[in-house]
Design a protein around this ligand. Structure first.
Ligand SMILES: Nc1ncnc2c1ncn2[C@@H]1O[C@H](COP(=O)(O)OP(=O)(O)OP(=O)(O)O)[C@@H](O)[C@H]1O
Length: 202
């Protein structure tokens, strides 16, 4: 599959500066594309647009040539946010958080190191890293075709980072899920990505 941002322009309301201007990008399912740009440049904004959380003022997001709406109620382009605690309903137990995903496989949950005992807890009863594993699992439901990872491992220790990235590379390669990876770490992008795009040069 091909995920495409075609001539996207976007600003947050009338008073905001234009964050994206006639921006275009194409990524294939076989790729892991790293996005680099300085803080505040618009990387998260681009991820939100690519996953349908924000609508561009002009231009289109296309998956295999079709707008995201075409794919129905489950968006095949899933975003994993930088701060898991902001991406989870604090009133839900973790098993219900996973049910928000699209038939997340029990095997995948196990491979992510999610422990059975965590399922009945509320988000506030987990560490940031434990919560992020749930967000990753939830984003990898059956119909996911592209995964956008926006600074997802910044809060994790190096061993956990390495476990999670090995898992993600393995899982997305097996299922031919494309990835877009945002990080301020050149070392991480170098290790994980098949191609790096500098937004300042686009
Ligand atoms: N909801 C919002 N309303 C108004 N402005 C916003 C909103 N969200 C982000 N912005 C502004 O849009 C610009 C781009 O923000 P964005 O979070 O996309 O940058 P970023 O490149 O991901 O930054 P960082 O690397 O620091 O995470 C920033 O100037 C930010 O202040």
């Amino acid at each position: 599959m091909i995920l495409e941002a075609r001539n996207i322009s976007f600003r947050y309301g009338e008073k905001s500066r234009e964050i994206l201007k006639d921006f275009s990008l194409k990524a294939e399912s076989t790729e892991r594309v790293g996005l680099v740009a300085p803080s505040g440049f618009g990387k998260t904004t681009l991820c939100k647009i690519l996953s349908g959380y924000e609508k561009p003022d002009s231009g289109q997001v296309l998956l295999d040539g079709k707008p995201l709406d075409f794919y129905g109620s489950y968006c095949p382009v899933q975003l994993i946010w930088q701060h898991p605690e902001q991406a989870i309903n604090p009133r839900l137990r973790m098993k219900s958080v996973l049910e928000e995903g699209d038939n997340v496989s029990p095997d995948l949950i196990k491979r992510l190191g999610i422990e059975a005992d965590w399922m009945n807890r509320f988000p506030a009863e987990l560490s940031g890293g434990e919560m992020q594993r749930f967000c990753i699992a939830r984003a990898l439901g059956q119909r996911t075709q592209f995964l956008l990872a926006d600074e997802i491992s910044t809060m994790l220790d190096l061993i956990t980072q390495s476990q999670i990235w090995h898992f993600l590379m393995d899982e997305t390669e097996k299922r031919k899920i494309g990835m877009i990876v945002v990080s301020h770490s050149p070392e991480l992008l170098e290790k994980v990505c098949t191609r790096i795009v500098d937004l300042q040069k686009e």
